[in-house]
Ligand binder design. Structure first.
Ligand SMILES: [Zn+2]
Ligand SMILES: [Zn+2]
Length: 328
């Protein structure tokens, strides 16, 4: 009962003090406590460091890019501070996950600013977008390398896929050993598709000495982790994959001829519907040896798609092919 009485007393005293010039000299906390309702905004008295810390916290917990944009809306000062590297570098993966349907010059600039401030999620997403979707493979690869060097597991796996396929170069540029090393690092950081890929490589002796038992052990672990946690979808269902799947499904991109290069004209998408990677040259991806109609950027994509859908599709395609062969 005593506290409200005290606040009323303080409020009356503050109101009687009246003038804006006096209120403006009060610290923000005092103005809030005294119930001052003049034209001076209490936030103007907060030091930049404090506002930056609050905005950085909001950016780190943002669930979508709109959350960060909403935090910057109240005034020009907030907008300026929200673009500070101290805030952008802390932005969460969801905060920089620009949807493909809303891609624009402004979105590109936003991701570039985040990447320049050292945000590894932005480096990864922008790297994938540049490498596979809008052109600029050298810059994209450099951004992926920067993100991977910072310990971003999805970027490490993305570079592994690039090395396995020799993406952006010739068939001779394939480097399975480098791919396995990158996969091992990503798997060690908890990336499930990388663990699955590593298991297949060890089973087949691709890029590493054959170790079938260890390979099976890794594959079992990857399958178990997928079953135990529905959240273990990073890599196949991450922001970059979502962007690429959505990007190639856009009406303007369906049936598009890539960047206009002859090499892109016959490029196809990975048959795993949640992957979104597109060939960077003809016949880059491995194809299903049974039907020959499905192609995959990686063993992990092939194994997942086989388990979830292609097992039945491939059987149907194979029987159609056999029926056509018998009819002739
Ligand atoms: Zn794929
Ligand atoms: Zn098949």
């Amino acid at each position: 009962m005593r506290k409200p009485t005290r606040r009323r007393g303080t409020s009356a005293k503050g109101s009687s003090g009246g003038g804006i010039s006096k209120a403006a000299t009060l610290p923000a906390k005092q103005m809030v406590l005294s119930g001052y309702r003049g034209t001076v905004d209490a936030f103007d008295c907060l030091p930049d460091d404090l506002v930056l810390a609050v905005l950085a916290g909001i950016a780190a917990r943002a669930r979508c890019p709109a959350d960060l944009a909403a935090a910057a809306l109240p005034c020009r000062r907030f907008r300026d501070l929200a673009a500070h590297p101290a805030v952008l570098s802390r932005a969460s993966a969801a905060a920089v996950a620009v949807p493909a349907g809303r891609w624009s010059d402004a979105a590109h600039r936003f991701l570039r600013r985040c990447a320049a401030s050292g945000n590894l999620h932005a480096c990864y997403l922008l790297g994938m977008v540049l490498f596979y979707c809008i052109g600029g493979r050298a810059t994209g690869a450099a951004l992926l390398a920067r993100s991977a060097a910072g310990g971003h597991a999805a970027a490490l796996y993305a570079l592994a896929v690039v090395q396995f396929n020799g993406s952006g170069g010739d068939k001779a540029d394939k480097d399975p050993r480098a791919g396995v090393a990158l996969c091992a690092r990503a798997a060690w950081l908890g990336h499930v598709p990388a663990l699955r890929e590593l298991g297949h490589c060890l089973q087949d002796g691709y890029g590493a000495r054959r170790a079938a038992a260890t390979g099976r052990y890794f594959l079992l672990h990857a399958a178990a982790r997928e079953l135990v946690s529905s959240h273990c979808r990073n890599g196949e269902d991450d922001a970059a994959s979502r962007f690429m799947v959505e990007w190639w499904a856009l009406p303007s991109k369906t049936g598009a001829q890539g960047d206009g290069n002859d090499a892109d004209a016959d490029a196809r998408l990975c048959s795993h519907p949640r992957c979104g990677r597109r060939e960077t040259r003809r016949h880059e991806f491995r194809q299903c040896s049974a039907c020959g109609s499905a192609i995959y950027c990686s063993r992990a994509c092939q194994a997942l798609h086989w388990k979830r859908a292609h097992r039945s599709q491939c059987a149907a395609a194979a029987s159609r092919w056999l029926a056509a062969g018998n009819a002739q």
